[in-house]
Design a binder for this molecule. Sequence first.
Ligand SMILES: [Zn+2]
Length: 101
Amino acid sequence: MSDLFEQISKKVEGREELSRSRFERLMLITEGLWEIMKKEHNYSDEKLVEMIREIDLKDGIRDGRVLLPPIKCDACNKTIDKGSNKCIYCGNIIDMDIFYR
Ligand SMILES: [Zn+2]
Protein backbone atom coordinates (compact mmCIF):
# COMPACT_ATOMS: atom_id res chain seq x y z
CA MET A 1 0.00 0.00 0.00
CA SER A 2 2.84 2.34 0.86
CA ASP A 3 4.50 1.70 -2.53
CA LEU A 4 1.29 2.60 -4.32
CA PHE A 5 1.00 5.77 -2.26
CA GLU A 6 4.62 6.68 -3.11
CA GLN A 7 4.05 6.05 -6.83
CA ILE A 8 0.94 8.23 -6.82
CA SER A 9 2.74 10.94 -4.84
CA LYS A 10 5.63 10.97 -7.33
CA LYS A 11 3.23 11.24 -10.27
CA VAL A 12 1.38 14.13 -8.61
CA GLU A 13 4.66 15.88 -7.77
CA GLY A 14 5.82 15.42 -11.36
CA ARG A 15 2.65 17.01 -12.70
CA GLU A 16 2.85 19.86 -10.19
CA GLU A 17 6.47 20.50 -11.23
CA LEU A 18 5.43 20.54 -14.89
CA SER A 19 2.61 23.00 -14.12
CA ARG A 20 4.96 25.19 -12.11
CA SER A 21 7.51 25.12 -14.91
CA ARG A 22 4.88 26.07 -17.52
CA PHE A 23 3.53 28.80 -15.26
CA GLU A 24 7.02 30.25 -14.74
CA ARG A 25 7.67 30.19 -18.49
CA LEU A 26 4.35 31.94 -19.13
CA MET A 27 5.23 34.58 -16.53
CA LEU A 28 8.61 35.19 -18.19
CA ILE A 29 6.97 35.59 -21.60
CA THR A 30 4.33 37.93 -20.17
CA GLU A 31 6.97 40.03 -18.43
CA GLY A 32 9.06 40.17 -21.60
CA LEU A 33 6.09 41.29 -23.66
CA TRP A 34 5.16 43.91 -21.09
CA GLU A 35 8.73 45.28 -21.04
CA ILE A 36 8.61 45.62 -24.85
CA MET A 37 5.28 47.46 -24.61
CA LYS A 38 6.68 49.88 -22.03
CA LYS A 39 10.00 50.54 -23.76
CA GLU A 40 8.86 50.65 -27.37
CA HIS A 41 5.29 51.91 -27.06
CA ASN A 42 5.41 53.98 -23.86
CA TYR A 43 2.67 52.12 -21.99
CA SER A 44 2.70 52.54 -18.22
CA ASP A 45 2.17 50.12 -15.35
CA GLU A 46 -0.86 52.22 -14.36
CA LYS A 47 -2.42 51.62 -17.80
CA LEU A 48 -1.84 47.86 -17.40
CA VAL A 49 -3.40 47.84 -13.92
CA GLU A 50 -6.40 49.77 -15.28
CA MET A 51 -6.85 47.20 -18.08
CA ILE A 52 -6.48 44.24 -15.69
CA ARG A 53 -9.20 45.71 -13.46
CA GLU A 54 -11.44 46.21 -16.49
CA ILE A 55 -10.92 42.57 -17.56
CA ASP A 56 -11.43 41.33 -13.99
CA LEU A 57 -14.85 43.01 -13.96
CA LYS A 58 -16.05 41.20 -17.12
CA ASP A 59 -17.93 38.74 -14.88
CA GLY A 60 -19.19 41.56 -12.64
CA ILE A 61 -17.00 40.65 -9.65
CA ARG A 62 -13.64 42.19 -8.80
CA ASP A 63 -11.88 39.12 -7.46
CA GLY A 64 -8.76 38.65 -9.58
CA ARG A 65 -10.33 36.20 -12.01
CA VAL A 66 -12.98 36.03 -14.71
CA LEU A 67 -15.64 33.35 -14.42
CA LEU A 68 -17.78 33.51 -17.51
CA PRO A 69 -21.07 31.61 -17.79
CA PRO A 70 -20.96 28.14 -19.35
CA ILE A 71 -21.26 27.80 -23.12
CA LYS A 72 -24.41 26.30 -24.64
CA CYS A 73 -24.35 24.25 -27.83
CA ASP A 74 -26.09 26.25 -30.54
CA ALA A 75 -27.50 23.03 -32.04
CA CYS A 76 -28.91 21.16 -29.00
CA ASN A 77 -28.65 23.87 -26.30
CA LYS A 78 -26.83 21.61 -23.81
CA THR A 79 -23.94 22.93 -21.73
CA ILE A 80 -20.51 22.36 -23.30
CA ASP A 81 -17.37 21.48 -21.38
CA LYS A 82 -15.16 24.58 -21.28
CA GLY A 83 -12.12 22.67 -22.53
CA SER A 84 -13.83 21.44 -25.68
CA ASN A 85 -15.03 22.99 -28.91
CA LYS A 86 -17.16 19.96 -29.77
CA CYS A 87 -20.53 19.14 -28.22
CA ILE A 88 -20.36 15.71 -26.56
CA TYR A 89 -24.14 15.29 -26.97
CA CYS A 90 -24.69 16.00 -30.66
CA GLY A 91 -21.18 16.37 -32.13
CA ASN A 92 -21.73 19.96 -33.18
CA ILE A 93 -18.48 21.92 -33.57
CA ILE A 94 -18.72 25.10 -31.51
CA ASP A 95 -17.29 28.31 -32.95
CA MET A 96 -15.41 29.33 -29.79
CA ASP A 97 -14.26 32.81 -28.92
CA ILE A 98 -10.47 32.37 -28.79
CA PHE A 99 -10.34 34.42 -25.57
CA TYR A 100 -12.99 32.36 -23.79
CA ARG A 101 -11.67 30.49 -20.76
ZN1 LIG B 1 -25.00 19.86 -29.06
